[in-house]
Design a protein around this ligand. Sequence first.
Ligand code: ZN
Ligand code: ZN
Length: 324
Amino acid sequence: MINKETYDKMKELIAEYENNEQLDNSKKPYIYEHSVEVKRTYNPEYGDDKICECGHPYYRHFDSYEDMEACGCKYCSCYDFQPRTKKIYGMIHLSGPDTFQKALDEIKIYEEEGLYGFILENYHGTIDDVIEVLDYLKDNPSTIQVGINILPNEYERCFALCKEYEFISFIQLDYVSGNYINTEPIDRKVLIDKLFDYGIYHVKILGGVWPKYYRPVEGSDLKTDILNGLIRDTTCIVVTGEGTGSETPIEKIKQFREILDSDYQGEDTQLIVGAGLTPLNVREQLTIADGGIVGSTFKPNGRTHQMVDRNLVRVFMEEFRKIK
Ligand SMILES: [Zn+2]
Ligand SMILES: [Zn+2]
């Protein structure tokens, strides 16, 4: 702790140094050394139940046996408590012409308009287009979070890219669990093992359950599929409606939220609305959910081939910021 006495002494020393660059210590009886100790301690007024980005409550970041020492999260490897905030992720659809330059311009808009991150997706473009942008970002880091989605649900490809480009902080999977008609089922164990093999512990997963364009096979149970989708503490479950650009029904969002909350085990899983957010519904939907992925709403007339329009982003973000 710096008290007035230490502060004055430091000021004195600095003044002394400034006045005389060539201090001759040999004539002094003592050499004084001053050290500053910075201590991080528990703040009882902060709010024990506030949730960290890691998904665990504030008080869990302190050791109750050691005088509430700031020891890092008891449940995971998170060291610094960071209060969780609602997040908007913007899509980069990689359409031509000038795919590369367009992507860079769109990233710039997202950075400047205060989005949390963006997702590079081979929606109109190719995996090579994704890689070209990643190569650029390696030397020119973005100021916001970088994520990828390699269609169709190519999770292993995503893991490999995350290993190669360590700045990628999250990946989106169209579906992380569940069985769907005409779709190869995802094996939870294989997925977890692969994730472990690649050693990409810092990467967050945004995983869809019962997503747009996929019909669950008969006998599917939403709760089972959602809980199976929680492959890591930091997994975010993505809920969508019928398709790109169409609104996610509020009832579906509430249903997902209830299931996630009912399984509360010291963890607080984030729910992301993955489609159909607009300035008109963002306040209602993200009061319930923790974040949203926005694509076509940022494009003129919702046309995904078009370039992201800064004004559309701005109008949306203004509404989003009104959420308490
Ligand atoms: Zn934490
Ligand atoms: Zn934690």
